[in-house]
Design a protein. Structure first.
Length: 173
């Protein structure tokens, strides 16, 4: 969509490697994604932005289907989790810009667990609700297949020292 081009350019200026407009039908959800969160991730149940508090794959499918398109963003990170945080910050800031431009449904999801607080306030409300967003994977999105089927790079990393490809999505309208 031509109207979203300025947002793609704004993202690329902030060291995002790819930003493409994507139909939400091309964002893929799968039941196994939730299973991998529940049985395989130490963050399960420990954050307001992680399962089981995030939308299930079925709920996320309905959310995705209530939008026509969004912006898929990719960044290749050589080292350091702080760059994932920086990437998530770029996404949520861009969500706000898009929202203020009258795309009233704009909503962003990023990559990895929320790290804004030393310990998540799981017993109460989010301490940074204006900025904290769940990750694509925590909402049941198959990030690998979504990236690959849209021509973008992603591979399994073997340990935390390896470079990685991270993704975010801003649902627009
Ligand atoms: S901002 Fe803090 S309270 Fe909110 S989800 Fe993230 S870690 Fe939890």
């Amino acid at each position: 969509m031509e109207a979203l081009q300025p947002y793609l350019e704004a993202a690329l200026k902030k060291e995002v490697d790819h930003a493409i407009v994507i139909e939400t039908s091309k964002v893929l959800t799968e039941p196994w994604v939730r299973m991998r969160c529940q049985f395989g991730c130490f963050m399960y149940g420990k954050s307001l932005c992680c399962p089981p508090r995030t939308p299930t794959p079925d709920e996320m499918r309905k959310i995705l289907d209530s939008y026509r398109c969004g912006i898929l963003l990719h960044r290749h990170i050589r080292k350091g989790y702080k760059y994932v945080d920086e990437f998530n910050e770029i996404i949520v800031d861009l969500e706000r810009t898009i929202f203020l431009d009258n795309y009233y449904k704009a909503w962003a999801i990023g990559s990895g667990p929320c790290t804004r607080c030393k310990e998540c306030n799981v017993a109460g409300a989010c301490l940074h609700a204006d900025k904290a967003r769940p990750s694509m994977e925590s909402c049941g999105i198959d990030v690998f297949r979504t990236a690959k089927e849209n021509g973008l790079p992603i591979t399994v990393v073997k340990d935390h020292s390896q470079s990685r490809d991270v993704y975010g999505l801003i649902l627009v309208e």
